[in-house]
Design a protein around this ligand. Structure first.
Ligand SMILES: Cc1cc2nc3c(=O)[nH]c(=O)nc-3n(C[C@H](O)[C@H](O)[C@H](O)COP(=O)(O)O)c2cc1C
Length: 184
């Protein structure tokens, strides 16, 4: 069981786990929960695949369909949450982000890297979330115009490590990630 005495070591450990989201298909960090706030006040949480993480630039990246409802919500409010639970190491990671939505020509290089078999996720007809007459009454029409890259700019990271004595800490960009311990 890990014990951390130094805030920096704890954050390094968490970033090691976040990085595995891209590198290791079996890591639970591969499938974070991405949470937005809707206009009616209900939070919306859904699973997304982590496409990239970048500690140096404080970024996590996701891909989505421009016609999905999260896009409308992000236009109104680009603040979002990312949640990851790593059972093997007993670590919860909560991240606050501001989301930059990239569409159009700028994302063509990203689109070229999406395997053909995965492109079906971007362009279903009718749009995701539309009511349909039967379970498979939709078509796949992959279209780069329906592909969005969500670059999430990390504002804060909160960690909770379960153990004989739990360990909790909060780090934010505005204090250069120096962090502070929190009572769990
Ligand atoms: C394991 C898993 C991975 C998923 N990955 C993505 C993804 O990378 N991008 C995406 O837009 N939706 C992904 N989804 C679907 C979303 O969870 C969600 O249903 C969809 O994006 C529509 O969300 P919205 O209507 O809230 O915008 C995934 C779902 C699962 C179960």
């Amino acid at each position: 069981m890990k014990v951390f005495q130094k805030l920096d070591d704890f954050l390094d450990f968490a970033w090691g786990q976040i990085s595995r989201g891209k590198a290791d298909k079996k890591s639970p960090a591969r499938h974070p929960t991405f949470v937005t706030s809707s206009a009616d006040g209900f939070p919306n949480a859904r699973t997304l695949v982590m496409r990239r993480s970048d500690r140096k630039n404080n970024q996590i990246e996701f891909h989505t369909d421009t016609a999905s409802s999260k896009m409308l919500v992000l236009e109104e409010n680009p603040r979002a949450g990312i949640h990851i639970w790593l059972p093997k190491v007993q670590l919860q990671i909560q991240i606050e982000v501001v989301v930059e939505v990239n569409v159009g020509d700028i994302i063509i290089p990203n689109w070229k890297n999406v395997p053909t078999s995965s492109r079906t996720a971007y362009g279903t007809i009718p749009s995701p979330g539309t009511v349909i007459g039967s379970s498979h009454a939709y078509d796949y029409a992959p279209d780069h115009k329906r592909f969005a890259v969500l670059v999430c700019h990390i504002q804060s990271i909160q960690l909770l490590l379960l153990g004989a004595k739990h360990t909790r800490a909060y780090y934010k960009n505005t204090t250069n990630w120096q962090g502070e311990w929190l009572s769990p």
